[in-house]
Write a protein that binds this ligand. Sequence first.
Ligand code: GLY
Ligand code: MN
Ligand code: MN
Length: 435
Amino acid sequence: MTELIYKKRRDLLSKAIKDNSVVILQSPEEKIRNNDVYYTYRQCSNFYYLTGYNEPLSILLLKKQQGKTKTFFYSTKPNKQATIWTGNIDSAEKIKKNLQIDKCQYLEKFDNDIARFLENSKNIYYLYSDQSNAKKIIDKHINLLEKKYRTGIGYPTNFISLKNILHSMRIIKSKKELSAIRNACSISVNAHKRLMRKCKPNINEYEMHAELMHEFIKSNATEAYPSIVASGKNACILHYTNNKSTLKNGDLLLVDAAAEYDNYASDITRTIPINGKFSKYQKIIYNIVLKAQKNAIKKCIVGNTLYEVHNEAVKTITKELIKIGFIKTTLSKALKSQEYKKFYMHNTGHWLGLDVHDPCEYKENGKFVKLKQGMVFTVEPGIYIRKPKGISSKFHNIGIRIEDDVLVTNKEPEVLTIKLPKEIKDIENIMSKDD
Ligand code: GLY
Ligand code: MN
Ligand code: MN
């Protein structure tokens, strides 16, 4: 199926670059896991954004001259042995048609062709690693061209990373991207609901992890990031992924896990009582985090910034921690001295898209980026109480985070993960159901 959307993105990219330029992206090689076994391949997000192509070691090349741009693609040549072992890959002819490329060839031609692209180009916009084949070949040819300087031949002297341009394109999600993110969110919601129904004391964190994976795999999705299934005090380790402890009656279980669908991520955290009922002390902290999250979500409107969203969460948490005596000073003093950081030490949200932490800019010209329709990000405040001095041991080792994914619209913010319960009564209700 031909995919016009990728061609449109390349056309936009072509408008954003200077004349007399070549754009070169190479998708990374496969990584060895051990001996002769590879990790499952995940395409570079920027490469996917411009091509929709999922194979390693392919090269996309754009040449812009006198205002006109042509696109070229270099792919791995299908061969009989590889077909026997790993299956078919598309021929150059098919790729040219599917990806709407002007000319597609096999990789072995790249070394031959590249000098022609580099000659008389001033700028290279690049996205490949320092160790990549593409870089080695390009460097070799630039060296050769440099040696011919007396002939008056031109060659690129200006190397520009493509990241800024691509990341500023990726910050606003198209309809097709939103549909993939919505799918990822809905799979994650089902996974968390399944886990809530199956959760009980005396089983292991990895058994809960397996319930999530069941839902991801049966829905043709993968983990968007290593799942955090953290019971009891493990929840106070922000990036805990060991997932090998036994679930204890009376403890909480923090689950930060979500699906990636068609290369698009979702990102959800829920914190639930292992025995199905929140204790009095857990409820106190849970309600503070929930209030902070709801207040922060209200700020996710056009014209605000992620800074304001974060500040709202911080303000609510600080106010409420003062009320319960965890912070013993006035609101303004506590905000100034950032006392909340003892309990809430991470940011409230991040861009979400092809990457779970989508690498779009947070500031432009020193100012926080204003929220616009089509932006997607997480809202994920938390409170983590290890064993701070002066805090009753009833609260020790409580770690709570609540995370949803939010789309900015021209009206109210849309919570893409709204279908997953987060009110105490709704969580307790779903957990009381038989699996
Ligand atoms: N799951 C990673 C994060 O919430 O940022
Ligand atoms: Mn997140
Ligand atoms: Mn998360």
